[in-house]
Design a protein around this ligand. Structure first.
Ligand SMILES: Cc1cc2nc3c(=O)[nH]c(=O)nc-3n(C[C@H](O)[C@H](O)[C@H](O)COP(=O)(O)OP(=O)(O)OC[C@H]3O[C@@H](n4cnc5c(N)ncnc54)[C@H](O)[C@@H]3O)c2cc1C
Ligand code: FES
Length: 282
C-alpha cells in the first residue's frame, strides 16, 4: 500500500492539522483498522504517528496513534479500544470525520537498518505491531534490503489478540513475493496459538551477533527485549516508546521521559523512536 514520499516533502509538510474522513473501518479481532482519506497528508516515515480525534468528540485531547500504512492520502491506523478516545475512534463509521495532526515524531531510520550485513528483527508486542506494515513495505522498497534477512516476531496475550496480525502478515508475504527474505513467527502467552511463550522467547531463540532490532510494545516487554539484546554481541536496537501525550508537538513537555544518562527527552518530539542504549544504558 505504501508510496515513498521525498525527504524534502516530509520536512516541509510534517505536522499539519488535517481533516480526514473514514474511508474504511474493519475489525482485526478485538481491534480495528481505520483507513482515513486525509487531503493534504504529506506522507510519513515508519514509526511516525498522528494525533487523532473524532469530530465531534467527547474527549478533550486527541490521542497518539502510529501510522500503520499509507498510500498517498489514504492512511491506515490499527487501534485497540482501551479507553474513551480509542473506543470512540473504533466506533466511527465510513464517511465520518476525524481530525488528524501529523505526521509527528522521528520514526525508524530504514537506511540504518539495512546499511550493514546481518539481519533485521522486527519485534512487536500487542498493538505495538501497528507501525510495522509500513516499515516492512518501506524495507521492501529499499534496494539495500536485498542483502538483509528480515525476521518478524509478534507476541500476543492470546489467540483473540493474534487475530490482528493480518496486516503485518500481508506485508511480510509481499516482501517474500518480491524476492525478499522475510520470515514471521507469532507467539501467544496463554498458548492458545502454538506453544505458550512470549515474544522474548522467540527473540532469544533467533537473535544472532550483528542483528539489528526494532521494537514496539508495552514498557515491560520493551525492557525484557532489551535484556535479550544485551546478551548478544554487536546487536543494535531501536525502541518506539509510549507516553501519555497532550500537544504532540514538543510544547507542553507532558510526555517527557528520563533517558539512561539522566537527560530528558520528549517522546513526541525527540522520539517516539530511541536507540536501546539511549533508553536503557549499557
Ligand atoms: C507514539 C505513540 C503511538 C501509539 N500508537 C498506537 C497505535 O497505533 N494504536 C493504539 O491502539 N494505541 C497507540 N498508542 C496508545 C494510545 O495513544 C493510547 O492507548 C490512547 O491514548 C488511550 O486513550 P483512551 O482515551 O482510549 O484511553 P485512556 O482512558 O486515556 O486510557 C486507558 C488506559 O490506557 C492507559 N494509557 C493511556 N494512554 C497511554 C499511553 N500513551 N501509553 C500507555 N498507556 C496509556 C491509561 O493509563 C489507562 O489505563 C500510541 C501511543 C503513543 C505515545
Ligand atoms: S506531548 Fe507535549 S511535549 Fe510531548
Amino acid at each position: 500500500m505504501s508510496a515513498m514520499p521525498s525527504a524534502q516533502h516530509l520536512s516541509r509538510a510534517s505536522g499539519s492539522r488535517l481533516r480526514g474522513k473514514v474511508a474504511t473501518t474493519e475489525a482485526l479481532g478485538l481491534w480495528r483498522r481505520l483507513t482515513l482519506q486525509v487531503p493534504g497528508w504529506p506522507g510519513s516515515r515508519p514509526g511516525q504517528f498522528a494525533l487523532l480525534q473524532a469530530d465531534p468528540s467527547r474527549c478533550f485531547l486527541a490521542r497518539a496513534i502510529s501510522v500503520s500504512d499509507e498510500s498517498g492520502e489514504r492512511v491506515s491506523f490499527i487501534i485497540a479500544p482501551v479507553g474513551d478516545a480509542t473506543t470512540e475512534l473504533c466506533g466511527l463509521a465510513e464517511g465520518e470525520t476525524v481530525w488528524v495532526l501529523g505526521p509527528l515524531g522521528n520514526g525508524f531510520d530504514t537506511d540504518a537498518l539495512v546499511s550493514s550485513a546481518g539481519r533485521v528483527a522486527v519485534v512487536a508486542g500487542g498493538v505495538g505491531l501497528a507501525p510495522f506494515p509500513l516499515l516492512l513495505s518501506r524495507l521492501q522498497g529499499n534496494p539495500a534490503t536485498a542483502s538483509s534477512e528480515v525476521m518478524v516476531l509478534l507476541g500476543f496475550r492470546d489467540a483473540a489478540q493474534a487475530a490482528a496480525a493480518g496486516p503485518v502478515q500481508a506485508a511480510a508475504a509481499l516482501m517474500g513475493e518480491a524476492g525478499g527474505r522475510c520470515r514471521l513467527e507469532v507467539s501467544t502467552e496463554d498458548g492458545s496459538r502454538g506453544p505458550a511463550e512470549k515474544v522474548t522467547d522467540l527473540l532469544a531463540r533467533h537473535l544472532r551477533p550483528g542483528d539489528r532490532v526494532v521494537v514496539c510494545g508495552p514498557e515491560a516487554m520493551a525492557k525484557a527485549v532489551w535484556q535479550v539484546c544485551r546478551t548478544v554481541p554487536d546487536v543494535r536496537s531501536w525502541f518506539s516508546l509510549e507516553a501519555k501525550m497532550a500537544c504532540g508537538v514538543g510544547s507542553c513537555h507532558g510526555c517527557a521521559i528520563t533517558l539512561a544518562d539522566g537527560s530528558y527527552a520528549r517522546v513526541c518530539h525527540e522520539g517516539p523512536v530511541f536507540g536501546g542504549v539511549e533508553v536503557f544504558g549499557d
